[in-house]
Design a protein around this ligand. Structure first.
Ligand code: ADP
Length: 338
């Protein structure tokens, strides 16, 4: 379990309803049958654009569904915008939007009818919902297609209509589950731009799940990394990047073994990479100590590069270090659990 408290940032940037955190979860967990999908998540998330990052099956959707009271947690408690998720009511629906991973439209309904209907479900009077639908459909870039039935839409249009129905009632926070799934590069670019503008232009916090680091990095200011149902990291992207900036790679032209022993003796952690480079982790942000070491040991010249993709490395490492949940016990031959 990992606990993070971002109270400093939250105080400076509180939600539109005044709550300091959009999500507060304590020991939140969900088990399907005997298989844990979400394990002991404790986190407090300030308003902003937050990425839920993890490979498929990591537990991202389960986390979102528990927060939205669409699934009942097996353990723990949580609050969204300061409201206990177990007390979800009309007021909570009015302040929260949700775009699920799967299509959620109603067959036979035109795009604009469907979004209007979703607005009404969230408590808007018909006339206001209709007017707001057209504003939102303009915002997400839907033209005359809005009058066609959603069944005829391309994947890109379906993602946009899902976003529109999540936004129509002017929520304070929206949860988007894999909003770029199935999109081609230009569709992806368009939707990411739009998501990036929601907090900046409309003050809406966004919680967006994705298995793609580049999508999260592109639009989010914070990230929660989830692997095997556990929260592995939670921080601002800038802080995560700077935390991992202390990794450099060295490409020795010769005397690789001498580099390894000299660096190791100096207390740095050295990993030999398959491309011939050495990855060096140290406490220092500067490479001056490496240059001094090379001079003192008479080592040959070598190229030294700051790790170009530190966040990606960190993502891969935290996922691979995560311990999978214990498999359910096998039944013994006589039917008892072993
Ligand atoms: P992600 O969104 O990161 O892809 P999910 O939250 O959908 O992950 O799934 C996490 C784990 O829970 C997976 O092993 C998945 O198979 C399992 N799971 C999700 N929903 C259900 C369900 N309704 N019944 C049983 N297992 C489920």
């Amino acid at each position: 379990m990992q606990t993070t408290d971002s109270s400093t940032q939250a105080t400076a940037d509180s939600g539109r309803d005044g709550s300091a955190f959009i999500i507060e979860a304590e020991h939140l967990g969900k088990t399907y049958g005997s298989q844990p999908a979400l394990i002991d998540v404790t986190v407090r998330v300030p308003p902003g654009t937050i990425g839920l990052l993890g490979p498929n099956g990591a537990g991202k959707s389960t986390f979102i569904k528990c927060l939205l009271n669409l699934e009942t947690p097996t353990t723990g408690t949580a609050r969204v915008l300061g409201r206990d998720i177990r007390a979800a009511n009309r007021a909570s629906r009015e302040s929260v939007g949700y775009s699920p991973e799967q299509d959620c439209h109603i067959a036979g309904m035109a795009g604009c009818e469907y979004v209007t209907y979703c607005g009404q479900l969230s408590g808007m009077p018909m006339a206001i919902a209709r007017q707001r639908t057209h504003e939102i459909l303009d915002l997400v870039g839907m033209g005359q297609e809005r009058y066609r039935t959603v069944d005829t839409y391309s994947t890109g249009m379906r993602q946009r209509i899902k976003l529109a129905q999540a936004l129509v009632h002017d929520p304070k926070v929206i949860f988007l589950d894999e909003p770029t799934n199935g999109l081609d590069p230009s569709g992806r670019e368009h939707i990411l731009k739009l998501i990036g503008s929601l907090r900046r232009d409309l003050g809406i916090s966004v919680v967006m799940s994705s298995h793609l680091l580049r999508d999260i990095e592109r639009v989010c200011d914070r990230v929660i990394i989830i692997g095997h149902g556990r929260m592995l990291e939670h921080d601002s992207i800038a802080a995560l990047k700077s935390r991992h900036r202390r990794i450099v790679e060295i490409a020795p032209t010769s005397a690789r073994d001498r580099f390894v022993s000299a660096l190791g003796e100096s207390g740095a952690k050295v990993t030999q990479l398959s491309n011939g480079r050495l990855r060096v982790e140290s406490d220092s942000d500067s490479i001056e100590w490496i240059l001094q070491l090379m001079r003192a040991r008479g080592l040959p010249p070598a190229e030294i590069v700051a790790n170009p993709d530190a966040l990606h490395e960190m993502f891969i490492q935290s996922i691979s270090n995560a311990v999978p949940a214990a498999p359910p016990p096998l039944p013994a031959a006589d039917g008892r659990q072993s």
